[in-house]
Design a binder for this molecule. Structure first.
Ligand code: GDP
Ligand code: MG
Length: 149
């Protein structure tokens, strides 16, 4: 067990985790939540939902216009997504570390992608989870997926 962080601790952050449609389809939602909780992060909000083109255009603003953008959107709309906001000390980097590298072939064993994803090339989008890449991205993405938070 870990000492709970002080509420005024500036290293306490929030980040957005998405269990992507492949993860939900494969029954890995619980496994992702288990790893998040086992690490000691706190669940702030959880919702199963279907993404819309507008939400994805905002979420993936940095990728709009790239050649893989439409396949990525089609994939992200292929089934429900489990959106999860989590909190903890340095959780933005911490969850990226739990998730592992984007390419499932290269992601290290012990990471979510390394343990459960094999996808690469044109199927690299099938990599189980999303995690925000900075505290600024996290704030923006949490506001998109959890407007009431
Ligand atoms: P992440 O931060 O590790 O999720 O990776 P990126 O921000 O670079 O890309 C966002 C997501 O788009 C990735 O998780 C993949 O699902 C997908 N993606 C990234 N690069 C490619 C690509 O070259 N081709 C395809 N088809 N999908 C990609
Ligand atoms: Mg990214």
């Amino acid at each position: 067990t870990q000492t709970p962080p002080e509420t005024n601790d500036p290293t306490v952050e929030r980040t957005l985790v998405l269990v992507k449609p492949d993860g939900v389809r494969r029954g890995l939602s619980g496994e992702v939540l288990r790893r998040v909780e086992a690490k000691g992060y706190t669940l702030v909000a959880v919702e199963l939902l279907d993404a819309t083109p507008g939400l994805l255009a905002e979420h993936y603003a940095e990728h709009v216009g790239k050649e893989f953008y439409q396949p990525l959107v089609d994939f992200m709309m292929s089934g429900p997504i489990l959106a999860v906001a989590i909190e903890g000390q340095r959780v933005v980097e911490g969850f990226r570390s739990l998730a592992g590298a984007t390419d499932g072939t290269l992601a290290s064993p012990g990471t979510i992608r390394g343990d459960f994803a094999r996808s690469w090339g044109s199927k690299v989008m099938q990599n189980i989870v999303h995690g925000s890449d900075s505290p600024e991205s996290a704030a923006r993405e949490i506001a998109l997926w959890f407007p009431k938070l």
